[in-house]
Design a protein around this ligand. Sequence first.
Ligand code: ZN
Length: 75
Amino acid sequence: MKMYSLSCKNMGVTCDYVATAGSREEVMEMATEHVKKVHPEKGKEMAEKMSKEEMEQSMMEKMVESDDPDEGEDM
Ligand SMILES: [Zn+2]
């Protein structure tokens, strides 16, 4: 199973938060919620600079894909 993560640092925010989920959509939702709650100014700044589509595109690009460490072990 693939895991996706997006950290605040990747988005240019000094913060240790990392959104991790099994789908890109979920990660995007988590990151968006977090930015709204914790970095409303950053969210506003981004919304002023780009459209929702561009923001999603930018998040997709910054997202890191990795394999779930729990899997891959043969018993
Ligand atoms: Zn943050």
